[in-house]
Design a protein around this ligand. Sequence first.
Ligand code: CA
Length: 262
Amino acid sequence: MKKLLILIILITIFIAPSYSTTFTGEVTKVGEQESNRVIDANTKQGIDYAKISIPQKKFRTYTDANGNFKLPQILVKEPIIVNIEKEGYRPFSLTINNGQSLNNPMKIEIAQSEPFDIALDTEILHLGDNKFSKNSANASDFKLQSHGPSYSKNFIVTQNAKKSTNYLVIGSILGLDTKLAHQMGQNKIKSGAYSSPAEVYFNGQKIGELRINGDGQRIKIPNSLIKSDTKNQITIRAGQNLMANHIDYDDFEMMNLSILSE
Ligand SMILES: [Ca+2]
């Protein structure tokens, strides 16, 4: 086995003024080897019959008995999401950016889910108004119908959640056209136009903003906002193009929303 490539995605989460700024790191391991493989993060054993999909390309396959799988030979012109699903494991997805190749075999480690994990949505979601520049961070992949500028999900948390630290985790985000995304080279808009960040609310209180594209972004949920044994609500609102003279929501996609308790 060749050396492991450790990809450290350090995400800066911008928290509303009433809460202190939090810096959260998420480590994703993707190693190089001869074949694509999905393994258990703990036992390092191959995982059979895990579902591998690329929703934007309508591609789907499954791992074999040893956890190996093949990907199609796609020229990656725009960022795409590779999604890995297996019952009993936390949802995991990986953004492949333009310029990267699907030909280099990947080793993907997924972790078993914990009793208090809550999977909010495992589908790919498109927020915005379906009007976007062809130079947007992933314009050619926007074939999904928009959910509109806002997404909400209700869920129940148990009393135990307040004894832990809770996070909203977004598996992958594509297409945000914020100033920071632009500065990081995540889109090709030359006009200088950019959008305000997407905003994240928990039970009506703003808890964070989404400014960059990428995988495994986490936003801490203040325990003071959590209501035990009753309905809680996460809402994500698309940002707006700050240069437009009419309302133009920032079109973006996200996948694998979950609440993790640690
Ligand atoms: Ca738009």
